[in-house]
Design a protein around this ligand. Structure first.
Ligand SMILES: Cc1cc2nc3c(=O)[nH]c(=O)nc-3n(C[C@H](O)[C@H](O)[C@H](O)COP(=O)(O)OP(=O)(O)OC[C@H]3O[C@@H](n4cnc5c(N)ncnc54)[C@H](O)[C@@H]3O)c2cc1C
Length: 314
């Protein structure tokens, strides 16, 4: 059982009263796909947008804040996160149909859920989301995409709160999207997205989603403790091909491994530390740079502190 740390107590004392839930010294390995990493000083689950806004407005600016989706693109380091991790709970998962084939989804809703909702309403355009195991908030931040479609292709607008608790309505153009990236400041929190879809044929939509599920199962280690694509594809090349070409397929550090099935995926084979996972990724990156003079950009978001030497297990 985790005891509150001195650090989390001192942060907690400086946080405002909220309606949502605040937990100290909260484990993050339980809520990320890699299942590694140390705790957050504080985990906050806002009750609704007003609660979130008030929390941001009244939380001292020197306390770092990070928003967690469902942790499918995230490596939390072993020393944990110093500050507040915000997670949007059930009250941010609503998905509804608007006029003109538009769908509004809470940022906490799963991409798969939104794809299924669209399919049930005979709307096409969101099928690609069915293969991405993240939330709408994560999809906005990462401009998530697959099979030639990215979120920016269907996004009409998004709502976000800045670090001072102000609400912003952002058009797709405001988002500054590029490949697996958006230019909205890192500490802004998305709470919803409106998507533009088109009328489609129910059987065709279902068929496409089934094909996506099958192709993922055949080509990605989707049942493993992983974080999705590790590195963004550099201009004109595929990250996996470069990693393969330097002989890093299957490479191990401790219990972390570059997937044999798809070598742009890192895997916790059981009992790995975040340090092992980061090290095996860095080794692949080093080899690619040495051989091809290309520096791969981490697509996986890494947060938190490394363990200090005196905190490491014997
Ligand atoms: C097996 C597997 C397959 C994958 N395949 C794909 C793929 O085909 N295409 C693809 O694009 N990605 C893929 N991914 C990566 C991942 O699913 C996406 O990047 C996804 O969009 C991340 O969403 P998340 O909710 O898990 O975000 P997290 O991993 O929790 O966070 C990722 C980033 O998003 C930010 N974020 C999350 N929610 C919010 C919010 N509400 N407001 C502001 N910022 C937020 C976080 O702060 C962080 O910077 C895959 C991952 C796995 C494990």
């Amino acid at each position: 059982m985790n005891q509150p740390s001195i650090r989390s107590i001192s942060i907690c004392e400086r946080l405002p009263e909220v309606r949502g839930r605040i937990r100290e010294n909260a484990r993050l390995d339980k809520v990320t796909w890699f299942q590694v990493g140390g705790p957050a000083d504080v985990l906050f689950k806002p009750d609704d947008e007003d609660d979130l806004s008030q929390f941001l407005r009244e939380t001292p600016a020197d306390i770092p804040v990070f928003t967690l989706g469902v942790g499918s693109n995230l490596l939390v380091r072993d020393g944990g996160y110093r500050g507040v991790v915000i997670r949007l709970g059930r009250n941010f998962t609503n998905v509804e149909l608007l006029e003109n084939h538009r769908v509004r989804a809470g940022a906490g809703a799963l991409d798969l859920f939104v794809a299924r909702f669209a399919a049930e309403n005979c709307l096409t355009g969101a099928e690609f989301l069915s293969g991405i195991p993240g939330s709408i908030g994560g999809a906005l931040r990462m401009n998530a995409g697959a099979y030639g479609t990215e979120l920016q292709d269907i996004l009409v607008s998004a709502v976000a709160f800045d670090r001072d608790g102000r609400r912003h309505e952002l058009s797709c153009e405001n988002m500054g999207f590029s490949y697996r990236h958006c230019s909205i400041p890192d500490d802004w929190i998305f709470t919803e997205a409106t998507l533009q879809l088109r009328e489609g044929d129910a059987a065709e939509i279902r068929g496409q989603m089934e094909q996506i599920a099958k192709s993922r199962e055949d080509s990605q280690p989707i049942k493993s403790r992983t974080g999705g694509s590790t590195f963004a594809n550099p201009q004109g090349a595929k990250a996996w091909e470069l990693i393969d070409a330097v002989g890093a397929r299957g490479l191990r550090v401790g219990n972390a491994q570059i997937s044999e099935m798809h070598c742009n995926f890192l895997i916790n084979t059981g009992g790995a530390t975040a340090a092992d996972i980061e090290a095996v990724g860095e080794e692949a990156r080093r080899r690619v740079f040495e051989k091809f003079d290309r520096l791969l950009r981490w697509e996986i978001v890494r947060i938190g502190e490394h363990l200090k030497d005196n905190e490491k297990a014997e």
